[in-house]
Design a protein around this ligand. Structure first.
Ligand code: MN
Length: 292
């Protein structure tokens, strides 16, 4: 047995014992982390395959004590590694995601997923939806509600496919770009959305809405919800976005909910120290601190 070793291939706050020992020591809420470096349908900036490693690397910049929330990060989390994805083959990749996630859920672990492009949210929610019926909180600059965009299953259609799974509800936060077809679809189906301009003017309205939504919840974060000044390395950077302060407030509100799972997608940072990876790691660091 060696002492004082770190495994930089795992998220900084992942428990270091074996998976078996970790499972046997848990009797409350525990988290299982998975990377899914699928990167095949990008239409602007590719590179989402680098997301999991960029977020893990950035996690080592954070401290065990979270000063913002006056909490010590103690929430039990085990980083299981990456799903072995097949570039260009969404069908086979989905099968592998569903198999892996089903196993993770069978151990009563709450999934924390590091993407990968946003398309992966569909097989994730297909798996979760069959067990729970969550309200989906969707952070994104885009609606991703097109019926078709270079195919049925792409980063721009993913929330339309999720909608077809008939979740309890979908609420969109930080939207500022859509097609006319998408706006008409969400209005017709009464899907609630809050633009980044609305949040800038009155964030309290949105946090009080989040407080009132039905449990359980599933959270999907496309990192392009942040302004490109805070998250430039994403598939589709879009100006006039949220700040990390807005995300702190939202995560604080959501942490009081019964969270079934979280994914953070579309990080394309190919270099160490990029602020996109840092801000993605911060969202997980804040959430895990608040769940401690
Ligand atoms: Mn997006």
């Amino acid at each position: 047995m060696f002492l004082y070793l770190e495994d930089s291939s795992k998220f900084a706050f992942s428990r270091r014992e074996s998976f078996k020992e970790f499972l046997s020591s848990q009797d409350g809420e525990a988290f299982g982390m998975l990377g899914i470096p699928f990167d095949s349908t990008a239409t602007y900036m590719p590179g989402a395959r680098f997301g999991p490693s960029a977020i893990r690397e950035a996690s080592y910049n954070f401290e065990g004590y979270n000063l913002t929330f006056n909490r010590e990060l103690k929430a039990p989390i085990f980083d299981l590694g990456d799903v072995s994805v097949v570039a260009g083959d969404f069908k086979e990749t989905s099968k592998r995601i569903i198999d892996t996630l089903t196993r993770l859920l069978s151990h009563d672990l709450k999934p924390l997923i590091l993407g990968g492009e946003h398309t992966i949210t569909y097989p994730i929610l297909k798996t979760i939806q069959s067990r729970d019926n969550p309200t989906i909180i969707h952070f994104d600059a885009h609606m991703d509600m097109r019926d078709h965009y270079n195919g049925k299953f792409t980063h721009a259609t993913v929330m339309r496919r999720v909608y077809e799974l008939e979740p309890q509800d979908i609420i969109m936060i930080g939207v500022r770009s859509a097609s006319r077809e998408e706006i008409e679809f969400v209005k017709e189906h009464e899907i609630e959305y809050y633009t980044s301009q609305m949040i800038q003017e009155n964030i309290e309205e949105v946090t009080s809405k989040l407080r009132s939504i039905k449990d359980p919840v599933y959270v999907t974060v496309d990192m392009d919800v942040l302004d490109p000044s805070h998250a430039p390395m994403v598939g589709n950077p879009t100006p006039c976005g949220l700040t990390p302060f807005h995300m702190e407030k939202f995560i604080e509100t959501i942490s009081r909910k019964d969270i079934m799972g979280v994914d953070i997608v579309e990080v394309t940072s190919p270099v160490k120290g990029d602020q996109t990876g840092l801000n993605a790691a911060k969202i997980l660091h804040d959430l895990l601190s608040l769940k401690s």
